[in-house]
Design a protein around this ligand. Structure first.
Ligand code: BES
Ligand code: MN
Ligand code: MN
Length: 458
């Protein structure tokens, strides 16, 4: 039966790509309000697709943010129910001048599909939609029950979709969640991700004098708010790369020797990574390898600093105010709400005299870790091995997919992260791309994946 389905996949690859292109042309940037209509249109594209392939109860589901898409096919009694999750929203395109082609006019070049959302995440979601189409068109049924749930605000970190999940537990009830929104550890190493980091995101304002001042007339008399920004940032991390916020590491689940040994098997040489990203040497918390820090240790990164004069030439001025944004990635055991309080308290404590500081916690995500012995992970490994000819490694990931924590707590369902991206895909950056063969083989893999999921006993 599979052979016929896989033939259908092969015979329809050109049309699949053309359909994906239509979806990619919709600039569904969830962060920018002027694109709200486009975000909705990209959701409606999924609605039409699900209806066309024979899904039921298909529709846009309103949330307090951007709408999500739901549809189901539930005619496999006794078989597991798989929730397919992904997101149809994309990141902003800036800096637009760094793109070599229009981000919303996808093109294939050198074996890659270029465009915003190709790898993150429309191209990956599409592998599931086309796999489901192929199975249904050829066999008239699916091997297991499938619910499709594609959200429109993953990239923004807003919680509307998570609230929808909490309020619709029965609708979304499932045995496991299938997600293709991650990548391979390296181009020849298929990968299943079993843990994602969480996140706490902050906006910090520092206020000084009630207006900009002449740095000669007033310099030396007061705390400069931008100097204070630097002092505060410097007080958040020590020279050994440890975050100095009291209690920050209290809940961090320490790595076991077994995990460290597993990581060592896959990690790339650190000098090679340094070369790839164009830095002289990697750096971070003492006592841990780069991959250990990325996968299993909390991070502290300033995302932007503002204030004062940064134009050409010199301007002798003491700015009235300044500030910065910080993201801190969290690991298993840490709670973003608790971290947010620690962070705020610490900044208020270290803020130097003469300025006022205001800390705003913008959003957070709870870290997740899926038990590696889940039979659904084994099913994912089988599907990848059968399709790509290599058994995937099980690794952690430094990035976040916030709603996976909600799936775990509200639906009690593990997320099985079978992704097809590559590190070189430039997600969130100019020239985002997705390997064409991964798109095409991803569809084949989807076909096998649902069969493998179906054989997991409940
Ligand atoms: N698909 C990514 C997460 C990802 C990136 C997984 C790289 C594996 C490899 C997702 O769309 C994303 O960008 N998440 C954000 C979440 C944030 C906005 C709360 C992230 O990690 O920054
Ligand atoms: Mn994504
Ligand atoms: Mn993303």
């Amino acid at each position: 039966m599979n052979e016929k389905v896989l033939d259908y996949v092969k015979n329809n690859q050109d049309r699949f790509l053309a359909e994906l292109f239509d979806w990619l042309r919709i600039p569904s940037v969830s962060a920018l309000p002027e694109h709200n209509g486009d975000v909705r249109r990209a959701g409606e594209w999924v609605v039409s697709k699900l209806q066309a392939i024979g899904f039921e109860n298909v529709g846009l589901k309103e949330t307090t943010g951007h709408p999500a898409v739901y549809g189901d096919w539930l005619h496999a009694p006794g078989k597991p129910t798989i929730l397919v999750y992904g997101h149809y929203d994309v990141q902003p395109v800036d800096p637009i001048e760094k793109w070599h082609s229009n981000p919303f006019e996808p093109v294939v070049k050198d074996g890659f599909i270029y465009g915003r959302g190709t790898s993150d995440d429309k191209g990956q979601v599409a592998t599931h939609l086309f796999a489901l189409e192929s199975i249904l068109k050829v066999t008239g049924r699916l091997p297991c029950n499938v619910k499709v749930f594609i959200e429109g605000e993953e990239e923004g970190g807003t919680g509307g979709t998570a609230d929808f999940v909490t309020a619709n537990r029965d609708l979304l009830a499932c045995d496991a969640v299938a997600i293709s929104d991650t990548g391979w550890y390296s181009p020849d190493l298929p990968t299943i991700v079993y843990a994602l980091r969480g996140l706490a995101y902050f906006h910090v304002d520092v206020f000084g004098p009630d207006r900009d001042l002449h740095s000669g007339s007033y310099g030396g008399m007061l705390q400069n708010p931008l100097n204070a920004v630097a002092k505060i940032i410097a007080a958040l991390q020590d020279a050994d790369g440890r975050i100095t916020i009291p209690g920050y590491y209290d809940d961090v689940v320490e790595l076991t020797e077994l995990e460290r040994a597993e990581f060592r098997k896959v990690e790339s040489p650190e000098d090679q990574v340094a070369r790839e990203i164009g830095v002289p040497v990697l750096w971070g918390e003492k006592g841990f390898s780069a991959i250990e820090r990325n996968w299993a240790r909390p991070s502290f990164d300033v995302n932007g600093i503002w204030g004062g004069f940064s134009g050409e030439g010199a301007k002798t001025v003491i700015a009235a105010e300044g500030g910065f944004k910080v993201s801190s990635r969290l690991v298993a055991g840490q709670d973003p709400e608790k971290v947010a309080v620690q962070f705020k308290d610490h900044i208020e404590r270290v803020c130097p005299p003469g300025v006022r500081v205001k800390v705003t916690y913008l959003h957070g995500a709870t870290p997740v870790m899926v038990p590696v012995d889940s039979p659904f992970i084994t099913a994912g490994q089988n599907a990848i091995e059968k399709t790509f000819g290599k058994r995937p490694v099980l690794v952690r990931e430094g990035a976040s997919i916030p709603i996976t924590a909600t799936f775990l707590t509200e639906l009690k369902a593990p997320s099985i992260m079978v992704g097809y991206g590559l590190l070189e895909d430039n997600i969130h950056s100019p020239d985002e791309k997705f390997k064409l063969s991964h798109f095409q083989k991803g569809i084949e893999c989807g076909v096998v994946l649902y069969e493998e999921f179906a054989s997991v006993s409940r």
